[in-house]
Design a protein around this ligand. Sequence first.
Ligand SMILES: O=P(O)(O)OC[C@@H](O)[C@@H](O)c1c[nH]c2ccccc12
Length: 260
Amino acid sequence: MADKLAEICATKRIEVAERKPKRLSHWPAPSPPRGFEAALRAKSASGIALIAEIKKASPSKGLIRADFDPAAHAIAYQAGGAACLSVLTDAPYFQGHEDYLIAARNACDLPVIRKDFMVDPWQCAEARQMGGDAILIIVAALDDVAMVEIEDAAFAQGLDVLVEVHDEAELDRALTHLKSKLVGVNNRNLKTFDVDLATTERLAKLVPADILLVCESGISTHADCQRMAAAGVNTFLVGESLMRNADVQLATQRLLTGHG
Ligand SMILES: O=P(O)(O)OC[C@@H](O)[C@@H](O)c1c[nH]c2ccccc12
């Protein structure tokens, strides 16, 4: 398969160049950051910490949810026990939108990560302006200089940073060059879209104790969470399996507790 991630990032660079001159000012001033990493650390200290994702579609699965309603999903996720939200804002590949982030965050009290492909530090100012509390840095998408610049820009905005890796070499780059103590292992290979939960099990062994490790993608049951807990991981980023459920609150409760 061709390198989808490179294609997505090339598209994003064009989008950013178009947005830069005209965005930001028309959005209302956001409330201060809600503390994304702190919320995860607080919940993970005594159980499962869930980042619940508001995801309409994906390049590999197409449309995931027809009756997509970001505000309603945010309320359901919070009622179901999520610690934080993730909202896709990438339009071309995930059918996301910044209005979904704004609607979701306004509907609940949870911290929200702007889930998009960050290729330019300017996107951090944009993320904060739309109300984001954190951003994602995909190590595979950036060289060392670019990822450090984006992390610095995020911290300057008061945003937390979730650093996403998929293999040992990316983890090494993240730990060497970046300051964030929030690291996600994406079980999905963004180049091929294959998902393997063993990716988290493998990389968890290599992560220092002061890092909060997030297991990302391909989690669908409480048994999956228990399997990851055996590897020392109790913080999760879950989208599709929750979004496919008619009752999002119940699905969230079931994932977190194994019953409900
Ligand atoms: O829907 P899933 O398999 O539960 O995965 C959620 C999340 O991990 C996934 O959407 C994701 C992880 N990293 C990303 C980077 C860009 C876009 C999407 C993602």
